[in-house]
Ligand binder design. Structure first.
Ligand SMILES: Cc1ncc(COP(=O)(O)O)c(C=O)c1O
Length: 311
């Protein structure tokens, strides 16, 4: 399984690694939880994009890490702001989703990638790169891990083969690899049966086939969402999504209230305040194209527009 995964990341993501540095976990969520247990204690400084993916940040909060939000724009995390914050709060961990960020859909620009790697070296920062979406789009940037072996890479098969399989992995070397290997054995959460299944799907090229089809389908779905937003809810996009599953919008009205009414009509989204580390901005929402059929995207945005205008 670990050999198959190392071949897969090499083929699909351009990451070359020895299979011994690939640790299998029960999804990316489990991977980040284990890394948080290993790397974070009370007051450990952790820099995260703000907004960020709420679920993976939860185990960091559980460790009582000190979360510092870094502003993000259409070029990804503002690394100059990060550097200023590091000067103020000191070295720590950077948790980032540089490709197809959740919830904003932005890509970290090339210049900022270079800068991020540079400041990580200069100030002794540990980078955790969470990367569920890169394989699904043709227009992404090379992963941070493919340019620096110091980066801890978190990958998952959830978006390629299905989230219910609960198979993800970490690529990491040295002592942290050994510690992670031991910690993973405390719960053996990654089902061996599912590992066998995923191993077989990787070996038979099924994951590669899915990736090929995804690279054709998801860009069309995302474009459909962006076009529908510009037709029915113009000027609501807070970020220009390049890839991934999401668009982050301003709802103008309270998104929880909107959701309560939307659910009754089959319109679902995640209220945006949950993605901000201080829980602000109840007037925002994350829309997803992940599982919805492309034919329903426009209809969904229209229904959302009707809900917003009658709130
Ligand atoms: C940035 C990010 N990290 C982690 C996950 C969780 O992935 P998994 O199902 O592998 O736990 C997701 C899923 O939405 C995600 O967007």
């Amino acid at each position: 399984m670990r050999i198959e995964l190392s071949r897969y990341v090499n083929r699909v993501l351009g990451i070359s690694t020895n299979w011994r540095n690939v640790i299998v976990t029960a999804g990316a969520q489990h991977a980040v939880k284990l890394l948080s247990q290993l790397l974070m204690r009370r007051r450990t400084v952790v820099y995260v994009e703000n907004p960020t993916f709420v679920e993976t940040v939860a185990p960091m909060r559980f460790q009582m890490a000190r979360l510092i939000g870094v502003p993000i724009d259409n070029d990804g995390m503002n690394t100059h702001e990060l550097e200023n914050l590091v000067k103020k709060y000191g070295p720590g961990i950077v948790y980032t989703v540089p490709n197809c960020h959740n919830p904003t859909g932005v890509l970290l620009s090339r210049d900022r990638r270079k800068h991020l790697i540079e400041i990580a070296k200069r100030y002794g920062l540990t980078i955790i790169e969470d990367d569920p979406y890169t394989s699904l789009y043709p227009n992404t940037e090379p992963t941070l891990r493919s340019v620096s072996d110091d980066v801890i890479y978190v990958g998952t098969l959830s978006k390629v083969l299905g989230p219910g399989l609960r198979i993800g992995f970490v690529i990491v070397g040295g002592k942290l690899r050994d510690d992670l290997e031991k910690l993973e054995q405390h719960d053996f959460a990654a089902s061996t049966l599912n590992q066998y299944l995923v191993y077989d799907l990787l070996r038979r090229g099924v994951a590669d086939d899915v990736v090929k089809r995804a690279r054709e389908l998801y860009p069309r779905k995302l474009k459909e969402l962006v076009d529908a937003l510009s037709d029915y809810l113009p000027n609501t996009l807070l970020f220009k999504p390049s890839c991934g599953f999401y668009a982050f919008i301003s709802t103008k009205v309270n998104a929880w209230e909107l959701l309560r009414r939307g659910v009754k009509q089959g319109v679902l989204f995640v209220p945006g305040d949950r993605f901000f580390i201080d829980g602000t901005r109840q007037d925002t929402a994350r829309l997803s194209i992940g599982s919805i059929s492309i034919d329903l995207i426009r209809e969904g945005v229209k229904a959302l527009r009707d809900l917003i205008t009658t709130t």
